[in-house]
Design a protein around this ligand. Structure first.
Ligand code: ATP
Length: 515
């Protein structure tokens, strides 16, 4: 029998059947992926393995234990890194790294040792040398993600479950994470990997279990884990496999840009940035973490002020209008979708519908401030169908949705605002491959009707056949731009590292480690 065995698991949340006959068998010394569309039950299965929720029925044996509480799982050597980044914002880095595992360390480890360990592990994982007393609230999202990963790895787990936990990491960081996973596998641990980054998964996993609508629909052995096979199993619908390439957008020479930045400098950044996007164009933004692309996008959206330079839009009635704050961006029909939904996207205490409708209330209210809920519900129905949002009742809290479906609500909200320019900051984080492709289709349709799309992604593959141009940031400035044809993995990777020509990468690192 396998070291990890779950058979015929059923689990419902009220009316929602999250798992309906899911099974998984994995062994120590392997990397095992759980794959499936948004809402197919992956996180629920991961939470059952971690003792966070108890299933309604089914057989469970993980290293001889059936965890009924998180502490059972931890005691048996099972560590989990969840999709949402759980850190205590008011505590320091070292306190966060040792939070919850203090009982395991208290007797053996003094505070000074914990601080030293915390500093060392972050040097290795995140390649930053940072004071372990720094409050976590001051840190960017990717460092918070590393803290959570460090906490799990320091427990030397026998089973380590990653639930969509590389989603905040850039390419370089993901490669380092893969090396950690491979080292743990070598040491005899089992890694359970839940991810939508299919290309990455194919490189690193030994076996895969595929879920569809809460059921296990396939188990793939090493040689069988291919992108095509996974897609076939994940979705009964074959439409996702037919993704044609995008015809190049030809911008008339005299056309005014939909949005432009002139001589913009980023805080602590490098050379001033000149940027233009025309109606009908899709521009991809990328770069290693901290290279400035995210800061740049936020300034285009009017969220943060630029230390120097201007952002402006062309409007037939007013001619040029500058954007210096959110209100001006909204008035100019610029919408922004954040990939950090927990921090700046969702309102966790509100319902699914309220999260969608909130920015639309002003637009759909009549005399006396009465909100036209009927129209808003019709808008919701349209977007729900467009993005296949899987949910229970509309009045349920947004937090009852799977992570990917929460993200879809935010994307739906942006579309429903009838923008002229849509700015997306890694929007497909945690979104399944089928929905990603649907999202590209909708963005293309939006562009073909004259909209402009700026799309930041940590996954280079997202730009192929999709973007008209890919702009790559390096050390706080715009370093290189590639047009269709030049948008290749080698060109973009080289520019991310500040090189003008494709670099010879060590294939083992590119593939995620030593196989
Ligand atoms: N606490 C909850 N209350 C109500 N419904 C829930 C709850 N947790 C999960 N669900 C529902 O169970 C189903 C499976 O959710 P789960 O989070 O396991 O999916 P997933 O495959 O991990 O999706 P994703 O890829 O989007 O993270 C979804 O329909 C979700 O809305």
């Amino acid at each position: 029998m396998s070291a990890i065995s779950l058979s015929d698991i059923h689990m419902s949340f009220g009316e929602t059947r999250a798992l309906e006959g899911a099974s998984l068998q994995a062994d120590l010394g392997e990397i095992h992926a759980i794959v499936g569309e948004n809402g197919s039950g992956k996180s629920t299965l991961a939470k059952i393995m971690s003792g966070v929720i108890l299933p309604d029925s089914g057989e469970i044996d993980i290293l001889g234990v059936r965890p009924t509480r998180p502490s059972d799982a931890i005691a048996a050597g099972i560590s989990t890194i969840y999709q949402e980044i759980f850190v205590a914002e008011d505590l320091s880095i070292w306190e966060n790294i040792f939070a919850g595992v203090d009982g395991l360390w208290r007797k053996r480890c003094r505070t000074s040792e914990k601080k030293a360990l915390a500093r060392d592990v972050l040097k290795r994982l995140a390649e930053v040398d940072i004071d372990p007393d720094t409050p976590v609230s001051d840190l960017p999202l990717n460092l918070k993600q590393w803290i959570v990963i460090a906490r799990a790895i320091l427990q030397k787990p026998r089973v380590l479950i990653f639930d969509e936990s590389s989603a905040a990491l850039d390419l370089d960081a993901t490669n380092r994470l893969h090396l950690e996973m491979l080292a743990l596998r070598e040491a005899g641990s089992c890694i359970i990997l839940v991810t939508h980054r299919i290309a990455e998964l194919v490189k690193i996993t030994d076996r895969a279990t595929v879920l569809r609508d809460g059921k296990t629909v396939g188990r793939l052995e090493k040689g069988e884990v291919t992108e095509d096979r996974l897609l076939q199993l994940m979705s009964a619908d074959t439409r996702h496999n037919a993704l044609g390439s995008r015809a190049r957008t030809v911008v008339p020479a005299a056309q005014k840009p939909a949005l432009e930045a002139r001589r913009m400098r980023l805080p602590g950044g490098g050379a001033p940035i000149d940027f233009k996007i025309h109606p009908g164009e899709i521009v991809g933004l990328s770069g290693l973490d901290g290279a400035g692309q995210s800061e740049f996008l936020r300034r285009l959206a009017g969220i943060d002020p630029a230390p120097s330079g201007t952002v402006r839009v062309w409007d037939k009635s007013t001619e040029w209008r500058s954007i210096t704050c959110l209100a001006e961006a909204e008035a100019a029909a610029i919408t922004y979708v954040s990939g950090d939904r927990k921090k700046e996207g969702i309102f966790p205490n509100l319902s699914i519908f309220e999260n969608f409708a909130m920015p639309l209330y002003g637009r759909h209210s009549g005399r006396g401030g009465m909100i036209d809920t009927e129209t808003l519900h019709a808008c919701f129905a349209q977007e729900e169908a467009r993005l296949s949002i899987k949910h229970g009742a509309r009045q349920d809290r947004i937090t009852t949705l799977s992570g990917g479906n929460q993200q879809k609500v935010l994307i739906a909200r942006a579309f429903a605002q009838n923008p002229r320019v849509i700015l997306l900051n890694d929007p497909a984080r945690g979104v399944d491959i089928g929905t990603k492709q649907d999202l590209y289709t909708h963005l293309r349709a939006f562009a073909s009707e004259g909209g402009a799309v700026v799309y930041l992604s940590t996954e280079i593959e997202e730009f192929f056949d999709f973007a008209d141009r890919a702009d790559v940031f390096f050390e706080g400035s715009l370093f290189a731009s590639f047009e269709q044809g030049g948008i290749t993995q080698d060109n973009i990777l080289a520019a991310m590292f500040g090189k003008s020509h494709p670099i010879e990468f060590d294939e083992t690192v590119r593939a995620g480690g030593r196989m």
